[in-house]
Design a protein around this ligand. Structure first.
Ligand code: TXA
Ligand code: MG
Length: 321
């Protein structure tokens, strides 16, 4: 298994050195664990694609710290992007902006744009500061699988494929960043995520929502994604027969369903979508590890973070293969 170390200052320093030397480091962010490499080193960045078995058309997010590093990768920061940065950075909002030529095209999958965010997690932030370079990092899971919310998930996924895994426990938001493209002052949400659309609209007014497509200019929009190994379906308990229940796990929103399931996990006993989002992938990993025949997930209210949760559940329930 990949070496897991507590994210002490010494370990972060070692991780920063590995990144500067072209290696791969998994690290916690406030959303999910990322699989990071020097974003300005094309060879290092291509290793991310190999390890994740990620198709070359799916570009990476570049993690920065501070305005100077942002300017290093983005050719232009439109007014409305500045407004969003002022309100949400550091934090779980990714902006798609015109790129500078020095960002290797492997990172941007040949697009004229680059996705950038400044993470607020202290370990991520310190890692970027010490590395002194922007860090390209997708979520640290094999392509199409559940995102990792714990260092152990990363170790299980990648074994020796990663040089070092920094462990800081479970990630606080537990769901990926919201991705917004801001080109020519037009704001389009490409992926629902940890910042609810309502909060973005409160700052920049009404935004457009991109629809999932097969071969995205802006993936994360792939229809099938975030899937556990166990087949997942969205269903209320009453829709599931007794026989099926005995071989299935249930991911409930608030209330524990009448028994009969092989295993039950509850997203939020308080019925709070924020708490539910934070626990979503974590509990799916737990249910997935039980090796059951199926996982059923209860629909959650589609408001605020509930929209991002339902987006992930729908994609997880569509299996490409
Ligand atoms: O919360 C997060 O965003 C986590 C942490 C590690 O920061 N990262 C993450 O990365 O979720 P990833 O690779 O799993 O998802 C990044 C998404 C991909 O779907 C990719 O297609 C999209 O960002 N993306 C990257 N560059 C883009 C670009 N230039 N235009 C449109 N979409 C882009
Ligand atoms: Mg991902």
């Amino acid at each position: 298994m990949g070496r897991i170390v507590q994210a002490t200052p010494e370990a972060i320093e070692e991780a920063a050195t590995i990144i500067r030397q072209g290696g791969l480091v998994a690290f916690p962010t406030e959303t999910v664990y990322g699989l990071g490499a020097n974003a300005l080193d094309a060879t290092a960045a291509s290793r991310i694609f190999e390890v994740k078995r990620r198709p070359a058309f799916d570009p990476l997010i570049v993690h920065v710290r501070g305005q100077a590093m942002l300017q290093e990768v983005a050719a232009e920061v439109p007014e409305r992007a500045r407004t969003l940065i002022g309100r949400f950075w550091p934090g779980p909002l990714t902006l798609v902006l015109p790129r500078r030529p020095k960002v290797p095209s492997v990172v941007t999958a040949g697009l004229p744009t680059v996705a950038v965010r400044e993470p607020s997690h202290p370990v991520a932030s310190e890692l970027i500061r010490r590395a002194g370079v922007p860090v390209a990092a997708p979520s640290a899971n094999p392509f199409g699988r559940l995102s990792p919310t714990r260092a152990e998930h990363v170790a299980r996924y990648f074994g020796e494929g990663v040089d070092l895994i920094l462990d800081a426990g479970r990630t606080p938001h537990g769901i990926e960043s919201t991705i917004v493209s801001v080109l020519n002052e037009r704001v389009v949400v490409l992926r629902l995520g940890a910042v609810p659309i309502e909060e973005i609209e409160a700052v920049v007014g009404p935004v457009e929502l991109a629809r999932p497509v097969d071969r995205p200019t802006a993936p994360g929009q792939l229809p099938s994604h975030y899937a556990p190994a166990t087949p997942l379906r969205i269903a209320r308990p009453e829709e599931i027969g007794q026989e099926e229940r005995r071989r299935a796990g249930y991911l409930a929103f608030r209330d524990v369903p009448e028994d009969g399931f092989a295993a039950v996990r509850v997203l939020s006993p308080h019925g709070d979508v924020r708490e539910a989002a934070a626990r979503l992938f974590d509990l799916l990993h737990e249910l997935d590890a039980l090796g059951l025949e199926a996982i059923y997930a209860e629909p959650v209210p589609e408001e605020g973070l509930g929209r991002a949760i339902m987006d992930r559940l729908r994609r997880a329930s569509l299996r490409a293969s």
